[in-house]
Structure formats: structure tokens, C-alpha cells
Ligand binder design. Structure first.
Ligand SMILES: [Cu+2]
Length: 124
């Protein structure tokens, strides 16, 4: 194999590794959120998805999720928390806060109005 061939193959393997990491491993990591004054706060960027899309909180303490939508795609205009009966409109470039206190452990999914973008709050 020529040097050029080896370089192309190595680049291909690196690209595949990056794709695997980015789309599967990287997005599956939960984010343990910081506490200030007993409130669990996390900033969520909305751009082609929720980042982070997996948020780990403790039950019985108030949670504040600050959503900032950094795109104009209609898809992400609403964020809906079915399990706790909350939803919010996300104007582009503004930060909108969803606040609740989880009283039970489990999962609270959230999504856009069409269910295309999804995220989860894990209550421990
Ligand atoms: Cu959508």
C-alpha cells in the first residue's frame, strides 16, 4: 500500500471514530447539574436538538432549565414536558426557563411539538 493509501485509510478510520463518538457516545452522557441556593440549574442550548439532552437531577429539589433556542427552524419552536404538564414557546435568541420540583424518581421526557427533538430529565 502506498503512503497516500495509508493516510486515506487512517483518515477514514478517524472519521468513523469521530462519527461514532459524536452521535452515540457523546450524546448519551448525562449532565449532572450544579446547585446554587438549593436550586438545580442547567442551561440547554436548542439547535438541531437539545444540548445536553440528558439531564440528571435529584428529587425533591427545585429544577430550573434555561432553554436558549439558537435557530429559527420551526421544529424547535416549542418545548413540551408532557409528564409534568409544562410547555413553553422558545423565541429565537431568548432564554426561557422551565421550573419544577420533581417529587418522584424516574424519567421526565421532553420534546418539540412534533416529537422530532427529544431529551430526558432523569430524577434520582
Ligand atoms: Cu419538531
Amino acid at each position: 500500500m502506498s503512503w497516500a493509501g495509508i493516510v486515506v485509510n487512517a483518515a477514514g478510520v478517524a472519521a468513523i471514530g469521530w462519527i461514532v463518538w459524536y452521535f452515540w457516545l457523546h450524546r448519551r452522557r448525562g449532565v449532572e447539574i450544579g446547585e446554587s441556593g438549593g436550586v438545580q440549574e442547567v442551561r440547554v442550548r436548542v439547535k438541531g436538538g437539545y444540548e445536553p439532552d440528558l439531564i440528571v437531577v435529584k428529587k425533591g429539589k427545585p429544577v430550573r432549565l434555561h432553554f436558549t433556542r439558537q435557530e429559527s427552524a420551526l421544529c424547535s419552536e416549542m418545548v413540551i414536558f408532557d409528564g409534568i404538564g409544562k410547555s413553553a414557546k422558545l423565541p429565537e435568541g431568548e432564554t426561557v426557563t422551565i421550573e419544577f420540583t420533581p417529587e418522584a424518581t424516574g424519567e421526565i421526557p421532553f420534546q418539540c411539538q412534533m416529537g422530532m427533538l427529544r431529551g430526558r430529565v432523569i430524577v434520582q
